[in-house]
Design a binder for this molecule. Structure first.
Ligand code: C2E
Ligand code: MG
Ligand code: MG
Length: 702
C-alpha cells in the first residue's frame, strides 16, 4: 500500500513520473490532507497538514491525531474515525484544535473510506480551516443579538441577497420563522405594489452609494400587505467588495392607515362622500384655469336646502342625514359628466359647471336641479318634501378666483331665498356691497380696541384621570355696548389677513401675559394657551415681537405660555413656519396644532412642524359616540399622536360619556363644555379649587 512515508502508490504500473506528479499536487494543495489506516493511525500527511498542526511529518506518522484535540473530545473524535472505517459512512465533522502550542483553530474535516487492492480499508481526510468564517458568523450573530429585542426588524443577507440572519421582530412582522426564510431571498416578501423599476433603482443606489432608504409595501406570510420604512446598508470588506446587506425596518402600516384616513377626511365629506370644501377649492381652481385656457365660462351654483332645519328638528338627525345623502345623490344624477358636486356645510352644496359657452347654457341644468329636489324623498322612517334655493356666480364676470366665486354665489343664494325660495338667482355685481360692509366692520373693531371692549375668556383644560388642571385657553370676546357679548367667530374672520388682525393678535398675547402675571401673584401657576392666526405666525418679525412681549413680563415663566395654531389655516411655507416654531421653542414656548384632522395635510403638518400637542377637532369628538367614522378618526388621531410622540387633547368634550369614551381610547387630556365653559378670568381660581373629575372617569382601569 505504501513504500515510504510520503509516497503514493496508486497506479498499476508504478510509473514513477505519475507518482512524482501526484506527490507534488498532494503537497501543494492548500487544504490539509491525510490518510489513516484501519486502526486510525496516520499513514500519509501533506505539507499543509504538517503546518496546520505545527508538527513534522515524522512526528505525525503512526499517530492518531487524537492527542491534538481536547481530552474530553478524544473519545468522540476516535468514534467518528471508527464509524467511517467500520461502517463506510462519509462524515463531515467540526473540531476545535488545540494543536501543540498553536492557537485554537476550528476545522471541518471530511472523512471518507476507501479500499485498497488488498481489500484493506483506509480513511482519507480533507481538512478545511473554518476559523475565520466561524468568527465572522459569530460576530454577526452577536451583532444581530443586540437587535434581537430591538423594535426594528433586522434582516441580514449575504452578497447575493440570500438571508443569513433575521431577528425576532422580523419574524413577528413578516410572519415567517427564521428557518423558513434561511436560504431564501427577500423576494418572498414582495407585495407586487412596487414596479420593477422601483427595485432597479433601489439596487442601483445600493450598489453605487452603499445604502438605500425608503418606504416599501411588503406581504406577510398570511398574505396581508404591510408598509415598512426600510434602510439597507451594504457591508463591505477592506477591498470594497460587498459581503452582506443589513436591512433595518419599522412597520409603518398603521401610520399609513391613519394617513389615508386623514387624507380621505380632509378631502371628502364623510356623510355624502362628495368632495368637501377643501377639495372643492382645489378642483374649482383647476377648473377656472382650464376655462381660462379654453376661453370658456364656468358657473358656480350654491345650493341650500329650503326647510332642512325644520326637518332635522322634527324628525331627528338620522332622518336629516339620510335626506342629505339622498339629496346629494339626486343632484349628482342631474349633473352632466364632468360637473362637480361638493358639500361645504350642513345643508349647503356647491355645483361647478365648467366649459360653458355662455351663462345661459347653465339654465337647463339649474332647472333640472330645482325640479329633481321637489319630488318627495322617501326615507326609511319618513317621507319628506323640500325645495332648493340656488345662487349662481359665473367666471369670469362675477369673480376671478374660487373664493370670490363661492362668496358671490352664496350671496346670490340669499337673494333666491328672499325671492321666495325654490328658485335660482344669478349674482348681480352691482348689488354687491360686501366690500363696503367689511370695511365698516373693520372700523367697528378698531374702535372696539380703542374703547377697550375686547376681553379674554378662559376655558380650562384638564387631565380627566388625575383631576389636574393642565392649563386654560384664552378665547377672545367682544363686549359690545348694544349687541352684548359677541363670540370670536363673529368678528375675527373679518380681520384675518389684515393689519388689524395682527394688532388684535398682539393685544391677546399681551393680555394673556398680564393675566398670567396676575395669577402668579395670587399663587396660581396655570399655563395659558393663546390662539395664533397663521397670518400672525408667518410675519417675519413674529419671534422678535414675541420676545419683546416676554421681556416686558420678566416675572412670567415662558413655559406658562402655549401657542395654538389652527391646523386648517394656510401654512404656506411649512419650513419657515417650522423655523419660527423652533425659535419660539428655544424661548421656552410650546406649540399645539389646533383643530387637528380638519386640515389639508394633517400628516404633513404633524411630521414637519415641531409641535408638542395635538388638539383633536371638536367636530370629530362631538359625534364620536354615534358616528363610527368620527370614532375612527378620533382613534386615528390618538394613534398618530402616540406614534409621533405628541401629547393629545380632545376639544368639545360636552358630556361625561364623551370623556369616558376618550379615556378608553387612551386620551386623558380634555377641554369642553362638559368640563367647563369659557369664563371670565376672575372666575378661574375658584373653578380650579372646586373642580373634581367625574367619578366614572377615575374608577375605570384606564
Ligand atoms: P378653538 O381655538 O378651537 O377654540 C375652541 C372653541 O370651541 C371656542 O370657541 C370654545 O368656546 C368652543 N368650545 C369649547 N368647548 C366646547 C364644547 O364642548 N362644545 C362646543 N360646541 N364648543 C366648545 P370660540 O371661543 O368661539 O372660538 C372659536 C375659534 O376662534 C377658536 O377655536 C379659535 O380658532 C378662534 N379664536 C378664539 N380666540 C382667538 C384669539 O384670541 N386669537 C385667534 N387668532 N383666534 C381665536
Ligand atoms: Mg384653540
Ligand atoms: Mg379647536
Amino acid at each position: 500500500m505504501s513504500h515510504g512515508h510520503n509516497k503514493v502508490d496508486i497506479t498499476e504500473d508504478n510509473s514513477s513520473d505519475i507518482e512524482i506528479y501526484l506527490n507534488s499536487i498532494f503537497n501543494n494543495i492548500e487544504n490539509p490532507l491525510f490518510v489513516k489506516d484501519q486502526s486510525s493511525r496516520l499513514l500519509l500527511v501533506n505539507d499543509a497538514c504538517c503546518s496546520m498542526f505545527g508538527l513534522t511529518r515524522e512526528e505525525m506518522i503512526g499517530k492518531t491525531l487524537a492527542e491534538q484535540v481536547p481530552i474530553n473530545e478524544r473519545e468522540h473524535f476516535l468514534s467518528i474515525d471508527r464509524q467511517v472505517l467500520e461502517e463506510g459512512k462519509e462524515i463531515l465533522c467540526e473540531e476545535a484544535l488545540t494543536a501543540s502550542g498553536k492557537q485554537t483553530r476550528i476545522i471541518q474535516t471530511r472523512k471518507t473510506r476507501f479500499t485498497d487492492r488488498q481489500g484493506n480499508y483506509f480513511l482519507v481526510g480533507v481538512i478545511n480551516d473554518i476559523t475565520e468564517r466561524k468568527q465572522a458568523k459569530e460576530e454577526l450573530r452577536l451583532a444581530a443579538n443586540v437587535f434581537t429585542h430591538a423594535l426594528e426588524s433586522i434582516m441580514i443577507t449575504d452578497n447575493t441577497g440570500t438571508f443569513i440572519e433575521v431577528n425576532e421582530t422580523f419574524t413577528r412582522m413578516s410572519g415567517y420563522s427564521r428557518d423558513e426564510v434561511m436560504g431564501k431571498t427577500p423576494r418572498i416578501l414582495k407585495s407586487g405594489r412596487q414596479s420593477s423599476s422601483f427595485y432597479k433603482e433601489m439596487w442601483h443606489k445600493l450598489l453605487t452609494k452603499g445604502y438605500w432608504r425608503g418606504e416599501l409595501w411588503n406581504r406577510r406570510k398570511n398574505g396581508e400587505i404591510y408598509a415598512e420604512m426600510l434602510t439597507i446598508n451594504a457591508v463591505k470588506d477592506s477591498d470594497g467588495n460587498v459581503q452582506q446587506y443589513v436591512a433595518l425596518s419599522t412597520d409603518i402600516t398603521q401610520l399609513k392607515q391613519y394617513q389615508r384616513k386623514l387624507e380621505r377626511i380632509a378631502h371628502y365629506d364623510v356623510l355624502t362622500n362628495v368632495p368637501n370644501r377643501v377639495l372643492l377649492s382645489d378642483l374649482l381652481s383647476k377648473a377656472i384655469m382650464q376655462c381660462q385656457r379654453r376661453n370658456k365660462i364656468l358657473a358656480v351654483a350654491f345650493l341650500d336646502i329650503d326647510g332642512f332645519k325644520s326637518i332635522n328638528d322634527s324628525h331627528g338627525h338620522n332622518i336629516g342625514d339620510e335626506l342629505l345623502i339622498a339629496f346629494s345623490k339626486r343632484i349628482k344624477d342631474a349633473l352632466r359628466e364632468g360637473d362637480t358636486l361638493a358639500r361645504i356645510g350642513g345643508d349647503e352644496f356647491i355645483v361647478v359647471m365648467s366649459d360653458l359657452e355662455k351663462p345661459d347654457n347653465s339654465k337647463l341644468v339649474l332647472e333640472r336641479l330645482l325640479k329633481t329636489t321637489i319630488n318627495p324623498f322617501v326615507l326609511t322612517e319618513a317621507e319628506v318634501r323640500v325645495s332648493t334655493s340656488i345662487g349662481v356666480a359665473f367666471y369670469p364676470q362675477d369673480g376671478l378666483d374660487a373664493d370670490q366665486l363661492i362668496r358671490h354665489s352664496d350671496r346670490a343664494m340669499y337673494d333666491a331665498k328672499r325671492a321666495g325660495k325654490n328658485c335660482y338667482h344669478l349674482f348681480d355685481i352691482a348689488q354687491d356691497n360686501a366690500v363696503k360692509l367689511q370695511l365698516e366692520n373693520i372700523n367697528d373693531i378698531r374702535l372696539a380696541i380703542e374703547k377697550r371692549e375686547l376681553l379674554l375668556h378662559y376655558q380650562p383644560k384638564v387631565n380627566m384621570q388625575t383631576g389636574e388642571v393642565i392649563g386654560v385657553e384664552a378665547l377672545i370676546r367682544w363686549q359690545h355696548p348694544v349687541r352684548g357679548l359677541i363670540p370670536s367667530l363673529e368678528f375675527l374672520p373679518v380681520t384675518e389677513g389684515h393689519e388689524i388682525g395682527l394688532e388684535i393678535g398682539e393685544w391677546v398675547l399681551n393680555n394673556a401675559l398680564e393675566q398670567i402675571k396676575h395669577w402668579q401673584k395670587m399663587g396660581i401657576t396655570v399655563p395659558v394657551s393663546v390662539n395664533i392666526s397663521a397670518y400672525q405666525l408667518q410675519q417675519a418679525d413674529f419671534v422678535t415681537r414675541l420676545q419683546t412681549l416676554l421681556t416686558a413680563h420678566p416675572q412670567v415663566k415662558s413655559n406658562c405660555l402655549e401657542l395654538e395654531v389652527l391646523e386648517t389655516s394656510e401654512l404656506s411655507n411649512i419650513s419657515r413656519v417650522s423655523d419660527t416654531m423652533t425659535a419660539c421653542h428655544k424661548l421656552g414656548l410650546r406649540f399645539a396644532l389646533d383643530d387637528f384632522g380638519t386640515g389639508y395635510s394633517s400628516l404633513n403638518h404633524l411630521r414637519r412642524l415641531p409641535t408638542q400637542v395635538i388638539k383633536i377637532d371638536q367636530s370629530f369628538v362631538r359625534d364620536m359616540l354615534e358616528d363610527a367614522d368620527d370614532l375612527a378618526i378620533v382613534e386615528g388621531v390618538i394613534g398618530l399622536a402616540s406614534a409621533f410622540k405628541r401629547d393629545v387633547i380632545a376639544e368639545g368634550v360636552e358630556t361625561i360619556a364623551h370623556g369616558a369614551a376618550l379615556l378608553k381610547l387612551g386620551c386623558k387630556l380634555a377641554q369642553g363644555f362638559g368640563i367647563a365653559r369659557p369664563m371670565p378670568a376672575i372666575d378661574i381660581p375658584k373653578w380650579i379649587d372646586n373642580w373634581k373629575p367625574h367619578n366614572s372617569w377615575q374608577n375605570k382601569d384606564n
